[in-house]
Design a protein around this ligand. Structure first.
Ligand SMILES: *[C@@H]1O[C@H](CO)[C@@H](O)[C@H](O)[C@H]1NC(C)=O
Ligand SMILES: *[C@@H]1O[C@H](CO)[C@@H](O)[C@H](O)[C@H]1NC(C)=O
Ligand SMILES: *[C@@H]1O[C@H](CO)[C@@H](O)[C@H](O)[C@H]1NC(C)=O
Length: 225
């Protein structure tokens, strides 16, 4: 029970941290301008632990939210769209390929990409779920699915190992963005506990006490929904 409450609080805290940062900016500038500023700041914060920051910020640039869970979802949706785009390109590659082994590798790859997307969709479901009784299990599931998604994309590339260097390089280029976006997703979900534990983000240290008080006052921690 205690652990369950801590888990729920943790996730709410993560959301609160960014929301508090948003409020700080809000009071300084105009309302909708402030909202966009807040969203930009939240994007920077959530992209901080990613390996491909530029790609991360680009993929979240159109978002208008400070909720980290929503932002991570936007990032994962971008990865799904990218893989779907890649797969739709397979047919044009395949049409021009007469080499049997290349065709086989492409077929296998298509299958791997399907699995890769499935894993991403599972993590989207998990992020949408309000049932966060244990934060460690919650994050671990996300890590497993996102890690699996990366593995499937690598398996696709591996399938071209002995086919032809040219085909492999082509695939590598094609899968470059989706691999970066998926890797970023994994980095973001992995940082959820840290984000919650340290609260060491610029401008957030001051808000720490306030956030806790607010949570206690609103009864967030004792009545998880
Ligand atoms: C961002 O969202 C807020 C609140 O949901 C809304 O008031 C605002 O108009 C939105 N801004 C843009 C640029 O979409
Ligand atoms: C490529 O060839 C090497 C050496 O023959 C072999 O060990 C490896 O398993 C092959 N890779 C694939 C993906 O078939
Ligand atoms: C994608 O390409 C960029 C630029 O060449 C490179 O820095 C990056 O490591 C590549 N990412 C992956 C996952 O291969």
């Amino acid at each position: 029970m205690g652990k369950a409450i801590i888990g729920v609080c943790a996730v709410i805290l993560v959301a609160m941290v960014v929301a508090v940062a948003a409020d700080a900016i809000h009071s300084r500038s105009g309302r909708s301008e402030g909202e966009m500023e807040a969203s930009k700041k939240a994007v920077k914060t959530i992209c901080q632990p990613t390996h491909y920051k530029e790609e991360c910020e680009k993929s979240l640039a159109g978002s208008n939210t400070t909720d980290p869970k929503e932002l991570i979802k936007v990032g994962i949706q971008a990865a799904i769209r990218e893989i779907e785009k890649v797969v739709s390109n397979f047919d044009t590659i395949q049409d021009g390929t007469t080499d049997l082994r290349s065709r086989q590798a492409l077929d296998d790859c298509k299958e791997q990409m399907g699995y890769s997307i499935n894993n991403l969709k599972k993590s989207l479901n998990q992020l949408s779920s309000s049932d966060v009784s244990r934060l460690d299990v919650y994050v671990e599931n996300l890590r497993i699915w996102l890690g699996g998604s990366i593995t499937f994309q690598q398996t696709c590339l591996y399938g071209f190992e002995n086919v032809s260097t040219e085909a492999r390089e082509k695939m590598k280029k094609l899968l470059n963005t989706s691999q970066m976006l998926t890797s970023n997703g994994l980095n973001m979900v992995s940082a959820i506990p840290e984000l919650n534990r340290d609260l060491k983000f610029p401008g957030l240290t001051r808000a720490r006490g306030d956030t806790r008080k607010l949570l206690a006052k609103d009864g967030f921690c004792s009545t998880p929904n």
